[in-house]
Design a protein. Structure first.
Ligand code: HEC
Length: 124
């Protein structure tokens, strides 16, 4: 069970990143409509489902990487960058091994899973 504090922090970070202005891709045109309006906060239960189905094979269920090229979300280091950048990596992929997810996940699911990975951070 993750701490309430970790959850609230994750949600605050994501909510801040999720204002329309933070959506980082001018080439994509308009902000994703369901997100730019900022109406719904991320759903961590959905985020966990997405993570366990699509991400854990490389990133590990507890955020401790399975493949050596993947960042450890558990130590939190890779999560220190702006949430909008993390989101862009999820959406568009990164490097040679991180797949893009925009074709398989909705904007809402990408937001949810981003919020979830923020909760995998473990203090030393
Ligand atoms: C096939 C293995 C694989 C899968 C599946 C995968 N990732 Fe990744 N992911 C990687 C690798 C490897 C990197 C590091 C890419 C790089 O920096 O070159 C990465 C990087 C990332 C980053 C950027 C971290 C940083 O330090 O910039 C995020 C965020 C991320 N993954 C989230 C996810 C999410 C969310 C999912 C599921 C929807 C997912 N990944 C599925 C392998 C994977």
């Amino acid at each position: 069970m993750r701490s309430l504090a970790a959850r609230s922090l994750a949600l605050a970070v994501i909510a801040a990143a999720w204002s329309g202005a933070a959506w980082p891709d001018p080439a994509r045109g308009a902000d994703p409509p369901d997100l730019a309006s900022g109406a719904e906060p991320p759903d961590l239960t959905s985020g966990q489902d997405v993570f366990e189905e699509f991400c854990a094979a490389c990133h590990g269920y507890d955020g401790i990487r399975i493949i050596p090229q993947a960042p450890n979300f558990s130590d939190g280091e890779s999560l220190e960058q702006e949430a909008a950048l993390l989101l862009a990596s999820i959406r568009d992929g990164k490097g040679e091994l991180m797949p893009l997810w925009s074709e398989d996940l909705s904007d809402r699911q990408m937001l949810d899973v981003l919020a979830y990975i923020m909760t995998l951070r473990r203090p030393e």
